[in-house]
Design a binder for this molecule. Structure first.
Ligand code: A2P
Length: 270
């Protein structure tokens, strides 16, 4: 019996969960990793949604919400996770290897989806840390490019090595089978780093307030609720600060039931 048989036998069957296999794991630094798993044919989701992911810890399923980083059309599911040394789930999850079994929820859900936003010209995707994940999904979905003229992604992190998927994003998703050509014209990426030297430094909120964020990403056109839509995904403090800033500028929060000018979701924290 190898290690994955042992784990599989310790994953009790749960009606609301399926057991999938880890396909690949990539460690970005000592705090951050991403992984892909098999996608069951029955799993449907909208780009930007999250789903429960987990392992058996001390014989019992331990699950957390994870944004799906792959787009709705992808054959595999990709996730981005922090590593918390004493985090109940991530201390175990960071040790997964290809072939290992993993729990996957059956009902993805969430608000960072196109349905929560009114039509607009520019879509700003503003995320910190693992809050990048849902935007990796949306930025690779052709429907996003059909609905918005410009897709502008900002990723705020502490260190340069936290800029997961930087090469792919800096290359404007070149070579992506579905959105490569559109992204070249419509997609912009602006990383910002707070605790190391980097060409763009500072918190996203500060860059937005002093105008640097929109000037760098979107050019001179004024940022306003008539034409601009925003999705936020980060820590509670980030989401609160940014949502307050948007409300002050006349932006209304959208939901699945009532679309608005911006949508918000908290990034996963162990
Ligand atoms: P800072 O380094 O100044 O705390 P974390 O790893 O803690 O989730 O942070 C990820 C990034 O989000 C960091 O660059 C951090 O900046 C930034 N950040 C934290 N809180 C806020 C906030 N309220 N508004 C904007 N950015 C924030």
């Amino acid at each position: 019996m190898n290690n994955s048989d042992l784990q599989l036998s310790s994953l009790p069957e749960i009606a609301s969960l399926s057991v999938q296999r880890v396909l690949s794991v990539r460690h970005w630094n000592e705090h951050l990793f991403s992984f892909t798993i098999t996608r069951p044919a029955s799993l449907r989701f909208r780009s930007g949604e999250f789903v429960m992911i987990g392992l058996a810890v001390e014989g019992r399923p331990l699950l957390r919400a994870y944004s799906i980083a792959s787009p709705a059309w992808a054959e595999e599911l990709e996730f981005l996770s922090i590593k918390v040394p004493d985090g109940p789930l991530t201390s175990q999850l960071q040790a997964i290897a290809p072939g290992d079994p993993i729990y996957l929820g059956k009902k993805p859900t969430g608000t960072l989806v196109l349905d929560t936003l009114l039509p607009g010209r520019r879509l700003f995707l503003l995320g910190t840390g693992t809050g990048l994940a849902p935007f990796l999904s949306l930025a690779r979905d052709p429907e996003v490019y059909d609905r918005f003229g410009q897709i502008l992604l900002t990723h705020g992190v502490r260190r340069v090595s936290d800029l997961a998927f930087r090469d792919m994003l800096e290359g404007a998703l070149a070579g992506d089978p579905l959105v490569g050509d559109q992204a070249l014209l419509q997609f912009r990426y602006q990383p910002t780093v707070t605790r190391e030297e980097f060409p763009t430094r500072g918190r996203i909120g500060d860059l937005a307030r002093d105008g640097r964020l929109f000037a760098k990403l979107a050019g001179p056109a004024q940022f306003c609720s008539e034409t601009d839509r925003v999705m936020l995904c980060g820590s509670m403090a980030f989401n609160r600060d940014m949502a307050n800033m948007l409300r002050e500028q006349g932006f209304a929060e959208g939901s699945n039931a009532q679309p608005g000018h911006f949508a918000i979701e908290r990034a996963f924290v162990d």
